[in-house]
Design a protein around this ligand. Structure first.
Ligand code: SF4
Length: 473
């Protein structure tokens, strides 16, 4: 317990770190909160030092952040129920003057964790425990199993889907995982090709324990892929500066790392170095992002995150809708927000950077992909597709005679009839560029042959605008 008066008296002493400009493209410059300015670089880059000095209590937190009396009381009450851990490295990414800072929202407990506006909040939102034939192992999809190997994480994300096992004090005891039984289950089920080693964060396991899992899985011939789900590259990248850990992951042969960057500010030189160490060891690194209100529910932030990930050669893989887990309701957005973001990525960002937006459905329904609608209409002969620019395009998938009887019509129906092949929205930049380029070529050709191009011969057929031109209406 701690004393309220002492909390208040500490508030003005909070030092403020100099933050890098928000204009900066990731990877950003290294940051260090003034509290740790004098820590020698060697210690700062040592994961053991980072873990030993992680902020684990409200008592520590109040020395580093300005928190109102009400906030302190509320998060003090939560402390008995939920764990907290923020390594100094990750904490230094927070702007302490911004109560809505995206790194702070992810890591620092909030009074809202005790609330649920809709009452739709579940302890085990994915019903993993119900699909668990052996404690600690979830078998849901035909060829995949999930292993819960530890309740520990380097940083406890406040929105964690597995909060029941990770953040909740005493939650792990209810799961009772059994390493040998989990491995034996996989050995006895040849349909299992892909094993997700998760937790908690398996890269917080002692090396002998991690070695046990990876060596056992390497020796099971029907297991093709071992996916390690970890936030260590993001929250404690120093762990991956340890060559012994990298050698272990490399020797396991089947390993892929699935990490979890949520905001471009998390892409630091240290995080980049950690991912590079994995990639150099031949370990593919994919990223899961959780769509979080106030953190990354914004197209510009998501584009910056994706460009930063591509720059450090981490492939954006999934964008998860935030699960309806107890205490995380304030992070949840509408589905429209996710679709709006995907709409703003597809066509605007390299295809290798487009994550699949998924809802991990209740009742153990698994991941359901969602995307904006690109199929606008269809007939027996053709479909009408929409591209990212809003072009409506007639597309014939099969080479066969038309079956539709011609009828006077217009718009999308005319595309289905085959009267038109495309409708272009007004103001389309690419079409304007194309027209300009065609007319330049045509002028050059005319000059070379000594003829003058006429618009009827040289100009391309300009598609009808999708939106009527107000100047002519
Ligand atoms: S690192 Fe993963 S398992 Fe751990 S708290 Fe965060 S989301 Fe949950």
């Amino acid at each position: 317990m701690f004393e309220l008066d002492a909390r208040r008296s500490l508030a003005p002493a909070v030092p403020t770190p100099a933050l890098a400009s928000e204009e900066e493209e990731p990877p950003s410059r290294p940051r260090r909160h003034p509290t740790w300015h004098d820590v020698p670089e060697e210690q700062w880059q040592d994961w053991r030092w980072q873990m030993q000095h992680a902020i684990r209590s409200v008592r520590q937190l109040r020395r580093l952040l300005r928190l109102s009396r009400e906030e302190l009381e509320a998060i003090g009450r939560l402390e008995g129920d939920y764990k907290m851990a923020i390594p100094p490295y990750y904490f230094s990414l927070i702007d302490p003057d911004d109560p809505q800072d995206p790194i702070r929202l992810q890591s620092v407990p909030s009074a809202q964790e005790a609330e649920s506006a809709s009452g739709y909040a579940l302890t085990d939102p994915l019903e993993e425990d119900k699909d668990s034939p052996v404690p600690g192992l979830t078998h849901r999809y035909p060829d995949r199993v999930l292993l819960l190997t530890t309740p520990n994480c380097s940083m406890y994300c406040r929105f964690c889907t597995r909060k029941r096992a990770t953040l909740t004090r005493g939650g792990w005891e209810a799961i009772h995982p059994n390493d040998e039984r989990m491995i034996d289950y996989i050995r006895r089920h040849p349909q299992v090709r892909d094993v997700i080693v998760s937790g908690g964060d398996p890269l917080t396991l002692p090396l002998p324990k991690l070695r046990y899992y990876l060596e056992q899985l390497r020796e099971i011939p029907h297991v093709d892929v071992v996916r390690i789900g970890t936030r260590v590259p993001v929250t404690l990248p120093q762990r991956l500066f340890d060559p012994e850990l990298i050698e272990l992951l490399e020797s396991a042969e089947k390993v892929y790392v699935h990490t979890h960057f949520n905001h471009p500010r998390e892409i630091t030189p240290e995080a980049s170095r950690a991912c590079r160490a994995l990639i150099k060891a031949g370990i593919p690194v994919n990223n899961h992002t959780v769509l979080l209100r106030g953190v990354n529910d914004d197209l510009a932030i998501m584009r910056e995150l994706i460009r930063g990930l591509l720059r450090i050669k981490v492939r954006p893989y999934y964008l998860f809708h935030c699960d309806p887990v107890v205490g995380a309701g304030h992070f949840r957005t509408s589905i429209w927000k996710g679709l709006e973001i995907i709409e703003g990525l597809r066509g605007h960002v390299s295809g290798i950077g487009i994550p699949t937006y998924v809802v991990d459905s209740p009742h153990g329904g698994g991941k359901i992909p969602l995307m904006p609608n690109y199929l606008v209409s269809m007939s027996d002969d053709a479909v009408v597709l929409r591209n990212y620019e809003g072009l409506l395009i007639r597309y014939q998938a099969e080479d066969k005679p038309a079956t539709i009887r011609p009828t006077a019509t217009q718009g999308v129906s005319a595309l289905l009839q085959g009267d038109q092949s495309v409708l272009v929205p007004e103001g389309n930049e690419r079409m304007a560029r194309r027209r300009a380029s065609t007319s330049r070529k045509s002028r050059r050709k005319g000059a070379a042959t000594g003829t003058r191009s006429t618009s009827s011969k040289a100009a391309p057929r300009i598609p009808l605008p999708l939106v009527p031109d107000p100047a002519h209406s």
